[in-house]
Design a protein around this ligand. Sequence first.
Ligand SMILES: [Zn+2]
Length: 351
Amino acid sequence: MQAVFDGHNDVLLRLWQHARGGTDPIAEFIEGTDKGHIDVPRARAGGLAGGLCAIYIPSGDLVLRTPDRNGHYVTPLSEPLDRLPSLVTAIELADIAMRLDRAGAWRLCRSTGEIRRAMADGIFAAVLHMEGCEAIGPDLAALETFHAAGLRSLGPVWSRHNVFGHGVPFAYPSSPDTGPGLTEAGFELVRACNRLGILIDLAHITERGFWDVAETTDQPLVASHSNAHVLTPVARNLTDRQLDAIRESRGLVGLNYATTMLRADGQENAATPLSDMVRHVDYMVERVGIDCVALGSDFDGATIPEEIADAAGNQKLVAALRSAGYGDGELTRICRENWLRVLGEAWHEAA
Ligand SMILES: [Zn+2]
């Protein structure tokens, strides 16, 4: 079994939503459930040893548009969120992350050494990520507090606009060049992340925003859960030029398991074969090299292929990649070592 450190999941959102319905989120994670994708029993079964766990503020108005008869769709961007309710939700999600740590259900990690120790101990290695920084505030007034709480990765925007920049809509077919990039506050956020050692994630940002970050940051360029636009031309996927920039910076792209981002037709359809996942990995490895491709499942955040089904099915992808010709050394890099390398660099760890 290849231990996987995965670049993106929304398990905290699922646990938070269930907690609001009266479920104990800690027990749900430890004991397991048939809902969603990640908990301790299923992570163990699938060799999911850890990953970046998102603090994400849901948009109540997000309903994916039904495709027209040509299979095309454009879901309008969700409305911008107000700061204070976003801050409350973000704190509650971070609180669940800390309670899981205190209960020994997972370990909240702040260094690659801690990630490696947790994985060696057989405890899920969680790294706190923020997907859209509505909770931070334009003056970055909450950034240090979240950093102190363990935040080590953030995407300035989700697929909506905020004070830091602009996100891409869920649209097929669509270029990722859908609007402006970073705001002045967004540039400040990038510089602050460089200083503090917080990874900047380029998933969900417009192409203009991608280049704005690329020109400003001193980190490798990372898109935690995105695929190849040439194979699936949705706005969320990366053009060849973006992939080339990732390669030049020795950054990383994490394979997103969302069927809308894997299938040639861009549809949400669980009957998506593993071959579509392999096709994206093959293309991205060809384009950026074996050291810059990793996994970014979007577990608990997307409709994924039914053959994978949930975290327990993660090794089916590994097996499919092995059948496609990837050896142990290559699989090790894709499954965890590439992530550990870029995190160590963004976190200012000595090489
Ligand atoms: Zn996402």
